[in-house]
Write a protein that binds this ligand. Structure first.
Ligand SMILES: *Cc1c(COP(=O)(O)O)cnc(C)c1O
Length: 432
């Protein structure tokens, strides 16, 4: 197919020839990199398929249960499939786990006891975990239950502060939490290899420490997962990568049998554990979403790399930059002005399959200290494996965006964001 067909289609969706040509030139330069991403996706596709075949996923697995959910074949088999993919002894994969924060809170609260200490050797954890831990006082936090917390920040160059990690480990240290993705911080995302290094170091000091990894946004970006390099638990959300865009709710914890059982007893009840918890009608989406997750993640990853290269060429600061290796699907672009942040988000929204006709505006969201603008036209509300963006209206005026169920959609969304910036006179392609 000649590029002209595509250009005409883009034109019919409001993209000028100038913007199309600019973005097409960026795409052309990324061919080799994208081929590498496709290879990872192919490997991970087969990894998921192999696990589904090994556990004999059958038509009966897709049916689901109601009420107590005893003997839910589909639920139990799906948990075995997750355990196989993550190479762990067990997994808990449930719609009753309401989001990523809940999954992480569950993993922590079920494996820590009063008097224990939690350590983060990679700096401040994700915002919502501050209340789970009690860094910001909150009802029901670990701090209220007598669990203390220590944190060792990364060194200015992004490396681990091994000396202070060693000093922070004491007889109370029971669990270490390692966040793979940078989330909304500026530190680099950790590769699986680097996670392995810090886990070996910690286990070398105190072998029985439970090492948990917040795996949000990292699943299937590499061929290995943190559980392949010593993590005792990996935890994440099903409305991000592993749900493949189809799971409408849910979270997972995969890891050592004892850790997962503790989580199950906390999720349901002591004595009941994994035996209860009806899957209702949700299993087809969980299975099919997990099956699609490697390729969906690859599409989102290509979109992030494309955006980094587009906006880097235009002179904006992008994290990660256009050429560095990727360990999660989040992209940050610093525009430096409110207008830039707003135009970008409005462009992403205008490219959505749902609610493309609405125009997002900055608003005072509860829990934030500045106005925030969010773009999300998703099939699953709040899903961040779907193309979505948000930006706090405060310096440095950066947007964070992620997702795209297909590379083709991610490409269009980012091109639309650029068109919006051009239309508003915020950027010009004239002198490039
Ligand atoms: C999204 C995210 C969470 C929390 O997940 P929610 O589903 O939003 O509660 C935790 N940690 C990281 C790194 C995340 O990206």
């Amino acid at each position: 197919m000649s590029e002209n067909y595509l250009k005409e289609m883009y034109s019919s969706l409001g993209i000028s020839e100038e913007v199309f040509d600019f973005s097409a030139a960026v795409v052309a330069q990324l061919k080799e990199r994208f081929a590498g991403i496709d290879e990872v996706a192919e490997y991970n596709q087969l990894k998921v398929l192999k696990a589904m075949q090994k556990h004999q996923v059958s038509e009966a697995c897709l049916l689901g249960t109601t009420g107590y959910g005893y003997n839910d074949l589909g639920r139990d088999t799906l948990e075995e499939v997750y355990a196989s993919v993550f190479h762990t002894e067990a997994a808990l994969v449930r719609p009753q786990i309401t989001c990523g924060t809940h999954a992480l809170a569950l993993a922590l609260m079920s494996n820590l006891r009063p008097g224990d200490e939690l350590l983060s050797p990679v700096g401040k954890p994700y915002d919502t975990l501050e209340e789970v831990i009690g860094i910001r006082p909150s009802k029901g936090s670990l701090a209220e239950y007598g669990v203390t917390y220590k944190q060792v920040d990364l060194l200015p160059d992004g490396s681990f502060d091994f000396e202070n990690i060693r000093k922070s480990i004491n007889e109370k240290t029971k669990l270490v939490t390692i966040q793979r993705s940078k989330g909304y911080q500026t530190r680099p995302t950790l590769s699986v290899e680097r996670i392995g290094e810090v886990i070996s170091f910690i286990k070398g000091i105190k072998p029985d420490i439970i090492c948990m990894v917040d795996n949000c946004y990292g699943e299937f970006v590499e061929t290995k997962e943190p559980s392949d390099v010593g993590a005792d638990m990996v935890v994440g959300s099903l409305i991000k990568n592993p749900g493949g865009g189809l799971a409408p709710i849910g979270g997972y914890i995969a890891g050592k049998k004892e850790c997962v059982e503790n989580a199950a007893y906390r999720l349901t009840s002591p004595g009941l554990g994994k035996e209860v918890g009806a899957s209702l009608g949700i299993l087809p989406q969980f299975y099919q979403g997990f099956f699609l997750a490697p390729t969906v993640t690859a599409g989102a990853l290509k979109g992030a790399i494309f955006a980094a290269n587009v906006y880097e060429k235009l002179g904006f600061t992008v994290v990660p930059n256009g050429s560095e290796s990727r360990h999660d699907i989040i992209q940050a672009v610093t525009f430096g002005t409110e207008e830039g942040v707003v135009a970008f988000c409005q462009g992403i929204q205008a490219a959505a399959p749902v609610d493309s006709h609405v125009v997002p505006e900055p608003w005072d969201m509860p829990g934030y200290d500045a106005k925030v603008i969010m773009a999300a036209g998703a099939f699953v509300s709040g899903s961040s494996i779907e193309l979505s963006a948000d930006g706090p209206i405060k310096p440095p005026f950066a947007v964070y965006f992620q997702g795209g169920l297909t590379w083709q959609h991610a490409r269009f969304g980012i091109t639309k964001s650029l068109q919006t910036l051009v239309d508003k006179g915020i950027v010009s392609l004239k002198n490039l």
